[in-house]
Each structure stands twice: as structure tokens, then as C-alpha cells.
Design a protein around this ligand. Structure first.
Ligand SMILES: Nc1ncnc2c1ncn2[C@@H]1O[C@H](COP(=O)(O)OP(=O)(O)OP(=O)(O)O)[C@@H](O)[C@H]1O
Ligand SMILES: [Mg+2]
Length: 141
């Protein structure tokens, strides 16, 4: 199974004189870590935005975990995608634990299942002791 497979992706922004993406194809197997490299304006953000469902593609095929990116799979796909934007996107006045609970809720986790996941990730990132600290008090670097 591929975690991401893109074939012949096309995107031309409205009013643009040339396409941003033309015939872009790539695929990554499950568990692979990959990066997109390219000069300013090459279309990296556009590609990621299309993969996340934030920008509509004009043509081509996108599959996440072999699921086609169409209306019928929209909700299922959203649950498979996590994104860390360039600008920090946590609630600064909430603690690490409260942020995790909030975002876990958005992904549909509740009750004991949610608590187990929150504890797992706090431990995975060595943040157990900082669980109840407000995020704005964390070091930025
Ligand atoms: N919302 C938009 N409307 C119109 N044109 C856009 C829009 N977003 C990006 N573009 C144009 O599409 C092209 C690709 O932009 P994109 O931001 O995807 O490139 P990038 O590889 O992420 O660049 P950078 O390295 O600067 O982050 C650029 O020419 C940009 O001006
Ligand atoms: Mg970019």
C-alpha cells in the first residue's frame, strides 16, 4: 500500500499566466518519511495543500492510503491527515494536555480512548512533566 500516490497532478490558479503544477507524479510507500524540495514558487505548498484537501486540483489523481480523494471519501481522508503548519497552531493559554484533548476530540476520540492516546503521545515526546503547563510558557526553540 502507498501512503501517498499522486499521478499527473495539475493546478493553475485563477488568473495565472502559467500552470503551477503540470503532470506531477510521485508515490511513497507506507511508513516512509519524505520531503518536498524546490525553489521558491515551485509549487510545494500548493502540492501539500491539495493533498490536505485545502486547495482544489484541476486534474490528476490523488490517493491517500489507496483511498481516492473524492467527495465520498472526504471525511475518511480527513482522519488520516495530520498537518503541522509553518506558524504554530496550538492554543497558547491551554496546557499541553488540554491542547491534545481538544485536537483529539476533533479527530473523534473520546473518553478512555482519548485519555490513553494523550498519555501515549505525552510520553512519546517526553512531555509527561509538562502536561499541565500552558503552551505559551514552553520554550520556543
Ligand atoms: N492562492 C494563490 N493564488 C494565486 N497564485 C498562487 C496562490 N498560491 C500560490 N500561487 C502561485 O503558485 C506558484 C507556486 O506557489 P507555492 O506557494 O505552491 O510554491 P512553494 O514551492 O511553496 O514556494 P516557497 O518556496 O516560496 O514556499 C507561485 O507562482 C505562487 O505565486
Ligand atoms: Mg511554500
Amino acid at each position: 500500500m502507498n501512503s501517498i500516490a499522486v499521478k499527473d497532478l495539475e493546478k493553475t490558479y485563477k488568473g495565472a499566466i502559467q500552470p503551477t503544477l503540470q503532470g506531477l507524479s510521485f508515490a511513497f510507500g507506507e511508513g516512509k518519511i519524505a520531503g518536498l524540495l524546490g525553489p521558491n514558487g515551485a509549487g510545494k505548498t500548493t502540492t501539500i495543500s491539495i493533498l490536505c484537501g485545502l486547495v482544489r486540483r484541476d486534474g490528476g489523481d490523488v490517493r491517500i492510503h489507496d483511498l481516492p480523494q473524492d467527495e465520498a471519501h472526504r471525511e475518511q481522508l480527513k482522519k488520516l491527515i495530520g498537518i503541522v503548519p509553518q506558524q504554530i497552531a496550538l492554543f497558547p493559554q491551554l496546557t499541553a494536555m488540554e491542547n491534545l484533548i481538544y485536537f483529539g476530540n476533533l479527530y473523534g476520540y473520546k473518553g478512555k480512548g482519548l485519555r490513553t492516546k494523550v498519555e501515549h503521545y505525552l510520553e512519546l515526546f517526553g512531555l509527561e512533566k509538562a502536561a499541565n503547563k500552558e503552551v505559551h510558557k514552553f520554550s520556543g526553540a
